[in-house]
Design a protein around this ligand. Structure first.
Ligand SMILES: *Cc1c(COP(=O)(O)O)cnc(C)c1O
Length: 399
């Protein structure tokens, strides 16, 4: 056995390997801390005066690389996207937006069709810190105008709202928010910047749950928050102080996922479009909600906002027999799994009433049109033939 001193020289203080060749893949930097050259350099690094790394919670190369990719995808300097932060989850990206900009006494106006946890973040958590909130149907601009209060500081919407996939008029909503001196926070998870860049329409803050389509492989929890210069310093400090930062390995995986995002999204969007058309004709199904169908309540808005090419990879269908029909679908389905998430390689389904929207009262669910027979489909990147066959077999077996 080596003596303790030589063990220390080999193992506790290993030689640094300098790599001068360019690696074909981004290295992973798991280091929690970096060596500083001097006290003044440490001081300047930690204050943000100079670029570099000192402590992983404040920033690490894998997060910086991924954040910059995402900033550019969201519009970069052309759309004045000043900051981009990778966070531990989508929820921490939303939390970061809120703790960065809001304080007690402020009012937050929420869409009445948000991801369930987003509403709970505001009504269960932030409400305890003295924030006011209310909810409104963001498709009704007059109602939105009327709901703005003198202390409204933030309006929160989703580009394509879960689960009926209503597409928001981001441009008008940002004008209304700005007239009231409020910021518009857009959750762009269902769209991604490869379908629409909300900053083009005046958004102030854009978040993505990278857990979903952006990473796309169902093996990472992660969020993204991008915003304008006026909030850049606060966001940077809040990210570290509230401890919302990401892990290097997860950033590395997400960056790899991002490399195929355009191909994946193109295929998933085509699949959703084909499936929506064929399911709309099916006698076993009562309603199909897909923003690309002319029958969808926000089809025109979807064409304007999403640009008329891609309409997202999500669709929802309604069975006449309620949750019983959805359970039957789950029972007879061999390959399409009931996974209450979205944006993965494989097509999955979810049941909003028992998962994402389980917290709604009977009355609210009815008003929003979220019935027990509603099933949400997240299209994967399978061939179209596979999906058509699979759905045909399942729907036949349900009879
Ligand atoms: C999943 C999701 C979130 C939350 O993201 P996590 O990564 O699960 O924390 C927020 N908004 C939408 C629309 C989502 O689908």
């Amino acid at each position: 056995m080596a003596n303790r001193k030589s063990f220390d020289e080999i193992c506790t203080h290993p030689p640094v390997v300098e790599v001068s060749s360019v690696a074909s893949a981004m290295p992973i930097y798991p280091a929690s801390v970096y060596q500083c050259e001097s006290t003044s350099q440490a001081d300047r690094l930690l204050s943000g005066e100079i670029e570099g790394f000192a402590y992983q919670r404040d920033g690490h190369p894998n997060a910086v690389a991924l954040a910059e990719q995402c900033r550019l995808l969201q519009g970069g300097d052309n759309l004045d996207v000043a900051f981009s932060h990778i966070t531990s989850t989508g929820m921490s990206a939303l939390s970061l937006a809120m703790v960065t900009h809001l304080k007690s006494g402020d009012h937050v106006l929420l869409s009445d069709q948000l991801y369930g946890r987003t509403t709970r973040l505001v009504d269960e958590e932030l409400a305890r810190w003295g924030l006011e909130f209310s909810e409104v149907n963001m498709c009704d601009l007059d109602q939105v105008k009327a709901a703005i209060r003198s202390n409204t500081r933030m309006v929160v919407i989703e580009t394509i709202a879960n689960p009926l996939l209503h597409v928001a008029d981001i441009g008008s909503l940002s004008e209304i928010a700005h007239r009231g001196n409020a910021k518009l926070l857009v959750d762009n998870t269902f769209a991604t910047p490869l379908v629409v860049r909300p900053f083009e329409f005046g958004a102030d803050l854009v978040m993505e749950s990278m857990t979903k389509i952006m990473n796309g492989h169902g093996d990472v929890m992660m969020g993204l928050l991008c915003g304008k210069a006026d909030l850049a310093k606060r966001a940077r400090d809040a990210l570290s102080s509230w401890g919302m930062t990401s892990s290097p390995f997860d950033c590395w995986l997400a960056s790899r996922g991002l490399a195929t995002a355009d191909l994946r999204i193109a295929r998933a969007n085509e699949n959703a479009s084909c499936l929506a058309k064929s399911l709309a004709e099916h006698p076993r199904i009562k309603n199909v909600y897909f923003p690309g169908l002319p029958t969808h309540p926000t089809h025109e808005m979807a064409q304007q906002v999403l640009g008329g090419q891609r309409f997202g990879g999500m669709l929802s269908i309604e069975f006449p027999g309620g949750a019983k029909d959805v359970d039957l679908f789950i029972k007879v389905s061999q390959k399409i799994a009931f996974c209450p998430s979205l944006g993965e390689i494989a097509t999955t389904i979810s049941h909003p009433r028992s998962t994402s929207h389980r917290g709604l009262s009977e009355e609210s669910a009815k008003r929003l049109g979220i019935s027990p027979g509603l099933m949400r489909i997240s299209c994967g990147i399978e061939s179209h033939e596979f999906l058509e066959d699979e759905f045909k077999t399942i729907l036949e077996a349900m009879d």
